[in-house]
Design a binder for this molecule. Sequence first.
Ligand code: MOS
Length: 697
Amino acid sequence: MPDIVATSSALGTPAERREGPDKVTGTARYAAEHHPEGRAYAWPVPATVARGTLTDIDDKHTRAVPGVVTVLTHLNAPRLAESDDATLAVLQNSRVPHRGWYVALVVADTLEAAREGAEALRLTYAEEPHEVTLRGDSPDAYVPEDSDGTSGEHVRGEPDTVHASAPVHIDATYRVPPLHNHPMEPHAATAEWQDGRLVVHDSSQGATKVRDVLAELFDLPGDRVTVTSEHVGGGFGAKGTPRPHVVLAAMAARVTARPVTLVLPRGDLPAVVGHRSPTVQRLRLAADPDGILLSVIHEVTSHTSRIKEFVETAAAATRVMYASPHSRTTHRVLPLDVPSPSWMRAPGEAPGMYALESAMDELAVALGIDPIELRLRNDTGTEPDSSRPFSSRNLAACLREGARRFGWAGRDPRPRARTEGPTLIGTGVAAATYPANVSPSRASVHAAADGIFTVRVNATDIGTGARTVLAQIAADTLGVPVERVRIDIGSSDLPDAPLAGGSSGTASWGWAVHEASTQLAARLAELEGDSLPAEGVEAVADTEGTADADSAYARHAFGAHFAEVGVDTVTGEIRVRRLLGVYAVGRVLNPRTARSQFIGGMTMGLGMALTEGSTLDPAFGDFVERDLAAYHVPVQADIPAVEAHWIDEDDPHLNPMGSKGIGEIGIVGTAAAIGNAVHHATGARLRELPLTPDRVL
Ligand code: MOS
């Protein structure tokens, strides 16, 4: 039997990504890179009206294109069973709920023929008036049901009365535009029916969920559907649940009885795979002259589509952050004729903390109190909204450590105090938080007679290093070198597991891997030196995770973000000169991949602050930015030296690894830190993102 050693240094070491060589040599396969014999290609056709009904379809020119196999519309597409996601009910009826909604699919022998056929399709619509503009004061906005404790409205005490009578007030409204995830790999699927079985390669953050939804839509038992997501080129929430492409690919494969690949054109993504809803956020802070918060009121209005309610829960983090005896946090959603919004990295927290942490900076300026000191004075050991103690909360340590590393001491708080020629220099700080989520998962670990251990779990590696950290968890628990652990992930035929999302993947999958490894180690110990049976020994674990509502503790990660900016007074251009984050995230399991996660989040936060934003054209009724030339994701030249650090945190109330999620917190406070630095540099308080030169001048 394999030798079991007492200790291993696998967990906590900076192991390199297991799939790194495959990715850089081009051998890692993505969803569209599977080449089943005889595959066809599909090209989708988006609606060209913002609201209405499809009244006539003329496909004779399309069918005349050489190589076109078929044209699917609501008249001939397979009927789908009902699901609770209306965005997946594609080609089921003639309604057009928003511009860009898919109304047809052309399937052909080649990609070129499919595209040519799609362009030759003549569609006629009965157009209806549409409305896509979000107004914070719209009477049609409603307070959604608070199904999970993060949406709806929460009230403590008498916030309005206290606000009115408090000695110091801030009342400010912040605006964040629609934002798009734009992963490098667009949404793509290759689907095939094999003797009544549906086999799909999908670019997804969670193949178990895609399997379940496809089984539901196509009315199949779950064991007749296999979904793999072997490698995924980013998602950031846009691939968190199935999107229409995978349904269309499965439909086309069924109708043509051929394997079909569908890769969504980049220009279609803004309308069909979700976006961060724009928010209008009014923040009212009331404090005493020492900066002690008396009342916090955070009111958020976001939009949703006509077919699906999605709430950008921007006030949720305000329920976590600062002690205040009185508070009201309110979400309102306004249904419009817009594409359906969805998750984008730190949904809720990212725009919400931009508003709260900007308002805290405004309060610090109004009081003449250092912004770090103001946050320390309002720190709390219990979660304000639930009164539960935090399992660990080291926000103060993050702020202090960040201040030390950044060189905050001695900062002249006056705006416009530092210049370099025509450039104004400023520094800013903001806090960050993100919940430590854990979901149920299953995993198995097998010990073979040759000393190799195989972990099987339907985790997804969306570029984070999931394979690597799961191998470290197994090796550490088993007490074996990490090189002896094989990892099988990315297929729904593996033990069921939750998606890579909500910064919960490692905690959820890792808990099950830890549990299965623990059981396996115990069974191997029982062998007492006897050799393993030929088939090896396997242990399977189901872990529940811990739902937040069931916990005696409030479990959240915290962080502090620091930024230094230079603002060119001639051009209005803002350059971020330094970005530094310090995080309290439980135990860091792999410093190398963790650092990548943090600086990736901070980079996305820099984009949110300075360059990213989508525009809903009121007349056109859709997003104007359709490619990466118009939607400005930051490039290498935009990114300064970004530093990510963390403090040791020993929290026994999380999971067996003692870790909190790290995928999202990096974005959370970054935009506010940059905006606060811009105020420090210029004296101008800009409350609408992104901070482009036209707004600065
Ligand atoms: Mo993330 S927005 O939970 O994929």
